[in-house]
Design a protein around this ligand. Structure first.
Ligand code: G6P
Length: 609
């Protein structure tokens, strides 16, 4: 999705803006632009396509100045083009701005402004904001911003340069993230934390409709009525290198390999491995609270939804609590009526996914207690949920989620274990067994990563596959969904996940000689059933690869290839079994020459509906 950066201070703004846009590029974009005050005027450079195109333009036609804003655009209103790329300005040439989000009433506002004589050059909703602000501007930037906010409907994060106040950047946002921070050479703004890390780790998250005014001397904040307010800052301890690729060819491979550490860091927040006990005070439930939970609902989008599917299984099997996991964009329009005693888990790596935020707000409005599982301190979801169980994955840059999924599943498992303990559903011996099992997970992951060439070799033989089916039962069915999503999003190979027993009710018609079927068989209690389903596709010509939980001769005998994870409790198997699936998707995409970290049409953080 779109990215915003801005800087005002003592240095040349252009390299700082370009560096920030480079850092934000992982979010997905199709054009980029900057605007800089060069001492006499605000000058813009923008271009369609990769950031390199903008860099090439700047090489031939540089701009320099100490105050500027920049943007990467992911098209929503109007095709990706030079004209539609940001920054946009007003007719009277009083200001330029960049915008993230969607202005929902832009058609109405545009008609009103056209009647007043405004001439539009682009198809964007953003230009409507620029023209509106231009129309309302009479020398008082904050006045114009507060007034425009009363007219605009939708979501926005805006960074604005006024020509007659050229060393200040005015920022405002609603339902679209924005952080500001003051570094040693001036003030910075960004739509995402990694773009700030090179300058400061102490950042301030902007609240809805709050205004920030950045100047070389500092940052001032105002509420939606223009009244000055104080805002504190949050220290971000992600280090700079965590958001860099290092010696890895792709962020995705780096992030896959970081999973043993991400898992350990996350688990250690909630578990004392020495005593083999959960850290009870890290969970938000008193005995009374835990007993009062009647039902759990989990919402998320994409990979976060898939983590929720495993969470559902854990809450049901471990804690004995009825649980459903739903896609946030469906749930919010489902007309669902919450019942007393329901608890809503909100899963989101970024904490900024528009549909997930909306579903969470719906629950809060209904008086339902919300618990976020989130990776970003200070994000909207982390701020608004009643409680937050943080994941400690560090910054995740590749669009395809890997370590965030793993850590989300980890937190959901531990939350279920905690509820199981408080509700008396599990005895000490079984709890200890599971915690000891968790302690062994990082080593089991490392042993898969150490043999990743085996998966690379397999992928080198299979990368021309046109369809891949993933099958499994129970937890494996949830894992299969995540495995299929990974493969399709980065390799563009059509892939489907099916509950193994459901295949014969239709989808088996698609199996023909050589079709690749990946059977996840990490649940010993269901293995015999899945083995029958494997046989059903094998006899119809499928080329079956099984992922097994240790040696499983009765399953392996039906399969052309086998990848084993280290034998473990079936509740813990998903932590390791997802890794070969991620590696498989990665190598298939690399073999096909796909842009692994930034797959076509996708964005890392989906801040629009
Ligand atoms: C996008 C990303 C996915 C992610 C989903 C939810 O679709 O490409 O990788 O799973 O958003 O994101 P969240 O930040 O809410 O976990």
């Amino acid at each position: 999705m779109c990215g915003i950066v801005g800087y005002t201070g003592t240095k040349n703004a252009t390299p700082i803006l370009i560096d920030g846009l480079d850092t934000l590029a992982y979010r997905g974009y199709d054009s980029a632009g900057i605007a800089v005050w060069n001492g006499t005027d605000i000058v813009m450079r923008k271009e369609k396509g990769q950031l390199q195109n903008l860099k090439d333009i700047l090489k031939n036609d540089p701009i320099s100045g100490s105050c500027g804003i920049g943007h990467t655009r992911w098209a929503t209103h109007g095709e990706p083009s030079y004209i539609n790329s940001h920054p946009h300005g007003d007719d009277k040439k009083q200001l330029v701005l960049v915008h993230n989000g969607i202005i929902e009433n832009y058609v109405r506002l545009k008609a009103m402004l056209q009647e007043r004589g405004c001439k539009f050059v682009s198809d964007t909703d953003t230009e409507v904001v620029a023209q509106l602000l231009g129309d309302l501007y009479h020398g008082d930037p904050i006045g114009a911003i507060t007034e425009s906010m009363r007219l605009i409907e939708g979501s926005f994060a805006l960074a604005i340069l006024f020509r007659d106040d050229p060393y200040r950047i005015y920022c405002v946002c609603k339902d679209s993230p924005m952080v500001v921070g003051y570094g040693k050479d001036g003030a910075h703004i960004a739509s995402d934390i990694p773009a700030m890390l090179a300058y400061t780790r102490d950042v301030t998250f902007m609240g809805d409709k709050q205004i920030a005014v950045l100047s070389p001397e500092g940052i001032a904040f105002y509420d939606e009525f223009g009244t000055p307010i104080d805002k504190g800052s949050t220290h971000i301890d992600w280090d700079l290198d965590a958001a860099k690729k290092g010696s890895y060819e792709h962020y995705m491979m780096k992030e896959i390999c970081e999973q043993p550490v991400a898992f350990r860091k996350t688990a250690e927040q909630y578990v004392n491995f020495k005593s083999g006990k959960l850290k009870a005070d890290c969970f938000p439930w008193s005995d009374e609270d835990a007993g009062a939970v009647k039902r759990i609902r989990i919402i998320g989008c994409g990979t976060a939804y898939h983590a929720g599917l495993l969470g559902k299984l854990y809450f049901k099997r471990l804690a004995g609590i009825p649980c459903e996991s739903e896609i946030a964009s469906e749930f919010r329009y489902s007309g669902y009526e919450f019942e007393p005693g329901e608890l809503l888990f909100v899963i989101s790596q970024s904490g900024e996914t528009a549909d997930t935020i909306a579903a969470m707000r719906m629950a809060k409005a209904a008086g339902v207690r919300t618990v976020a599982v989130c990776n970003v301190i200070g994000s909207t979801i982390a701020r608004e949920a009643d409680e937050v169980l943080f994941t400690y994955a560090g910054p995740e840059i590749a669009v395809a989620a890997t370590k965030s999924y793993l850590t989300q599943v980890t937190v959901l498992f531990l939350a279920a274990l905690r509820l199981a303990q408080v509700r008396g559903r599990i005895d000490d011996a079984r709890s200890r067994e599971l915690i000891d099992g968790l302690a062994a997970v990082p080593a089991a992951m490392e042993s898969i990563l150490a043999k990743k060439e085996k998966i690379q070799y397999f992928s080198s033989r299979e990368f021309s596959a046109r369809h891949v089916f993933f099958i499994g039962r129970g937890a494996d069915s949830a894992l299969a969904m995540e495995a299929a999503l990974k493969l399709k999003e980065i390799s563009y190979i059509h892939s489907e996940a099916y509950a193994a027993g459901e295949l014969k009710h239709g989808t088996i018609a698609l199996i023909e000689e050589g079709t690749l079927v990946i059977a996840l068989v990490t649940q010993p209690s269901l293995a015999a059933k899945t083995a029958s389903n494997i046989e059903e596709v094998r006899v119809r010509g499928a080329n079956v690869l099984a992922v097994t939980n240790g040696p499983m001769p009765d399953v392996e005998s039906h399969c052309a290839s086998v990848w084993r994870i280290e034998k473990t409790d079936e509740l813990l198997a998903p932590f390791t079994a997802i890794i070969p699936m991620q590696l498989f998707a990665y190598y298939m995409a690399v073999q096909k020459g796909c842009p692994v970290d930034k797959p076509r049409n996708l964005a890392k953080s989906v801040t629009v509906e």
